[in-house]
Every structure is written in C-alpha cells, then in structure tokens.
Design a protein around this ligand. Structure first.
Ligand SMILES: NC(=O)c1ccc[n+]([C@@H]2O[C@H](COP(=O)([O-])OP(=O)(O)OC[C@H]3O[C@@H](n4cnc5c(N)ncnc54)[C@H](O)[C@@H]3O)[C@@H](O)[C@H]2O)c1
Length: 307
C-alpha cells in the first residue's frame, strides 16, 4: 500500500485527488486549515490534520512519516483575495511550499507535486501559452505560485522529482458554490441559481481555458508515475471560452433569462488566456477529454440539487 500526503484535501481539487487515491487502495493523510474547505469534503478513510501547511508545528504532526508522494494542493486559491492580505497569501502559497519541500527532504520523500496556476503567465505575449513562454505574474497570488515553482526547481538538486501543474480554470461537480470570489464558472452558476442575476467583473469578451475536475485529478495521479520527469506542465483543454459563451450556456441550460450586470474587473485579472497542452499530452500520454460544454452540463445538473 502506498501512502500520500494531500494538502488542501478539504477543498475542491484536493478532496477529489484524495478520494481517487483512496479508491485505488492507497493511504492518504490530509492537511487543511478549513479556510475555504469543508470537513464534509474530506473523503472517508483519510487521516485528517487540521491546520496551516506553513506552520512547522502542524507539519510536525506527521511524525516524520515518509510519503510516496506529496501533493501540495492547499493554498489561498483566489487572485482577487490575494489583494486583501498579500502577506497571508504569501504564507499560504509560498511559505507552505518551502516547509513541505523541507519535510520531503528530511523524510526521504522523492516526489513532490504542486498545484500551480496559469496566472503565472500574466498577460500572455502570444496565444496559446506554452511552458517556455515568459512569465510576468500580475497578482500577488500569481507571484506566489511562480515563486513556489522556482523553489520546486531548486529542490530538484536535493534528489526530489518536482512537478508544477499549471492549472488553467478548473471547474466541475464538487466545486464550492458558496465562494463567490474564486472560480469563474462556479461563481456565475451560483449567482444564476441563487438570484437569477449574474454580476460580471470585467468584459464579457474575456476568455479562459476550462479543464474539468476529473481530467485534473488524472493529471495529478499520473504526475507521480516514475516515467513523468520533473518539470512544469500546462494542465488545460487547449481551447478558449469567452465569458459571453459561459453566460449563454448557463442561461440555456437553466432555461431562464438571467440578468447580466457588468462592473469593473478585479485587480490583477488577465484579460484572456488559453494554453498549449502539447508538452503535457506528449509526456503524460493522454489528452484532457471533457469539453467545456459537456463538463458544464454535468456541473449544472449537479449544482441544481447542491446549492
Ligand atoms: N480551481 C482552479 O481553477 C485553480 C486554478 C489554478 C490553481 N489552483 C490551485 O489549486 C489549489 C486548489 O484549489 P481549489 O480550487 O481546490 O480551491 P479550494 O479553495 O477549494 O481549496 C483550497 C484548500 O486549501 C485549504 N487551505 C488554504 N490555505 C491553507 C493553508 N495555509 N494551510 C492548509 N490548508 C489551506 C482550504 O481550506 C481549501 O480546503 C489551490 O492551490 C489553487 O491555487 C486552482
């Protein structure tokens, strides 16, 4: 039986990764401070430690056990919220990475997988963006993600395989519909279901690359395989979806005339980005398979009963 540490296992992505690892018969330990995650998201069978990943006294509760891999998925997950308290953002997103990398070295863990973000690119010079393109982060959140990627790179010299998955817009069943400051598709959907009115922060011409949660979970699990080398990988579908298309899809699926209001964009927001999945597909040996249209249909059906 293999043993994994999953940080952020009470959140959207971390809980789905932990659940799949457990389903495959592995042992899973979760650290989460429940800031945006929920106890009920923690899958049955996982061992749970409540607290901040950046606090060494919390990490010490792991009692020096060695994991087959550490999935560092916990973090302050919103670019917008990073402006409320940049120091807190840095602690949750950067200091946590360093504390856990140090733990990996001390305990002989050889594989470290990190939830990075497409936000590291900032305003892309060319589209679709690929991993070798310039990174000029625009938000405190994005700076933290890029800093963590560099710490991962440096820790490779300690004999650890490190993988940073640059997640594009992750969405799907299980996403937090109460958090109206993180997750473009989930925010619009929650607003439409709750008030029949969607508040769009910025232009409806903005665009993103949406990748469905089950594809993201497969990417995390495959990362730990020995044939996947250290590196930075785009986890995207490779397609652009405009805000206007999301609104139309939601309205059509809900069969309602949702009122749309447009206000100023949030600080640090990228106007439009989508990714090149070539490196990912070549290395991981599969394509992310769920299209935005199909993924949203699943998510909307689930959200109607879970709001
Ligand atoms: N959802 C996306 O579209 C997306 C895109 C790019 C990157 N990411 C990254 O993926 C990760 C997971 O995102 P998510 O969508 O599941 O968000 P989420 O908010 O649902 O999950 C984050 C989890 O981490 C926990 N957490 C936050 N700070 C912590 C800390 N300091 N110590 C311990 N636990 C802490 C929260 O309680 C929560 O359970 C985040 O690091 C996020 O930045 C997400």
């Amino acid at each position: 039986m293999k043993k994994y540490l999953v940080t952020g296992g009470a959140g959207f992505i971390g809980s789905a990764v932990a659940a799949k690892l457990l389903n495959q018969g592995n042992e899973v330990v979760i650290i989460d401070n429940l800031s945006t995650g929920y106890l009920q998201n923690i899958p049955d069978g996982a061992t749970f430690i409540e607290g901040n990943c950046e606090d060494e006294h919390i990490v010490n509760k792991l009692n020096k056990q060695t994991f087959n891999a550490i999935y560092h998925i916990a973090g302050q997950s919103s670019g917008e919220i990073s402006y409320d308290n940049p120091v807190l953002d840095m602690q949750a997103n950067v200091q946590s990475t360093l504390v856990l990398l140090k733990y990996a070295v001390e305990t002989g863990c050889k594989t470290f997988i990190y939830a990075s973000s497409m936000s590291v690119y900032g305003d892309a010079q060319k589209l679709p963006v690929c991993e070798t393109d310039t990174t000029i982060p625009k938000s405190f959140y994005a700076v933290g993600k890029l800093a963590s990627e560099h710490y991962l790179r440096i820790y490779q010299s300690f004999g650890i395989k490190t993988i940073a998955l640059r997640l594009f817009n992750v969405y799907g069943v299980g996403q937090n519909l109460k958090n109206l400051r993180q997750g473009m598709a989930s925010i619009y959907l929650a607003q439409a279901l709750q008030t029949n009115r969607i508040l769009v922060k910025g232009s409806t011409d903005r665009f993103r690359d949406f990748v469905y949660i089950t594809d993201v979970v497969n990417s995390f699990l495959t990362s730990a395989q020995s044939n996947i080398p250290s590196g930075v990988y785009n986890v995207c579908y490779g397609d652009k979806t405009h805000v206007g298309q999301i609104l139309e899809l939601i309205s059509n699926q809900l069969s309602t005339m949702t009122e749309i209001s447009i206000i100023d964009s949030t600080p640090g927001d990228q106007f439009g980005i989508y990714g090149d999945p070539t490196l990912f597909e070549k290395t991981f040996g599969f394509k992310n398979e769920i299209s935005f249209q199909n993924g949203m249909i699943k998510m909307i059906a689930w959200a109607k009963n879970n709001i």
